[in-house]
Design a protein around this ligand. Structure first.
Ligand code: AMP
Length: 184
């Protein structure tokens, strides 16, 4: 099963993706985690994207798409994937659609987590993960990038019929229950 978990920063994508990974034994592909890992290890990719992540802007589509295609070509994704943080622009979504089509695959579910903006900001500022982009100024930029560049991805998938809107307010387990009910 190929699942996209979608929503603004702070919506709980990573948390719910990990729960899905554990329960259904599907690999979790988080582009943000891959970038942070590369930054930590000071790889060429890490050096290229560090200032972009620090500012809360988006890494160029081509870089992200190449990375995801390489990753999804690995055997561990043969039975499916939970995509978290990708696609984040309509161009990325279109590139993903073509790639999946070429490989006889499709998106089975597009889970979109809705959380009011005020709660997003509170969650991010209190989560204490030590991320360099989790401060008030950067959060403001990340939310505006989400509204301008990422939100249109939802409409792209609405046309394709795989969208499941999940109320993202409540306990982690309550939200996970809603996700499971929407999937099966
Ligand atoms: P995340 O962990 O998903 O919040 O991502 C952290 C940061 O990584 C974002 O603010 C972007 O700078 C970058 N990033 C992650 N995924 C993407 C993507 N699909 N396209 C562009 N930039 C991304």
């Amino acid at each position: 099963m190929n699942i996209i978990i979608f929503g603004p920063p702070g919506a709980g994508k990573g948390t719910q993706a990990k729960k899905l990974q554990q329960k259904y034994n599907l690999p979790h592909l988080s582009t943000g985690n891959i970038f942070r890992e590369n930054i930590k290890n000071e790889t060429p990719l890490g050096k290229k994207v560090k200032s972009i992540l620090d500012s809360g802007d988006l890494v160029p589509d081509e870089t992200v798409v190449d990375l995801v295609k390489d990753e999804l070509s690995k055997a561990k994704y043969d039975n499916g994937v939970i995509l978290d943080g990708f696609p984040r622009t309509v161009a990325q979504a279109k590139a993903l659609d073509s790639f999946l089509e070429e490989n006889d695959k499709k998106i089975d579910a597009f889970l979109t987590l809705s959380v009011p903006e005020e709660e997003l900001v509170n969650r991010i500022l209190s989560r204490g993960e030590g991320r360099s982009d989790d401060n008030p100024e950067k959060v403001k930029n990340r939310l505006s990038v989400y509204h301008n560049e990422t939100a249109p991805v939802l409409n792209h998938y609405k046309e394709k019929d795989a969208v499941k809107e999940i109320d993202g307010v409540g306990s982690i387990d309550e939200i996970f229950d809603r996700i499971q009910k929407s999937l099966f």
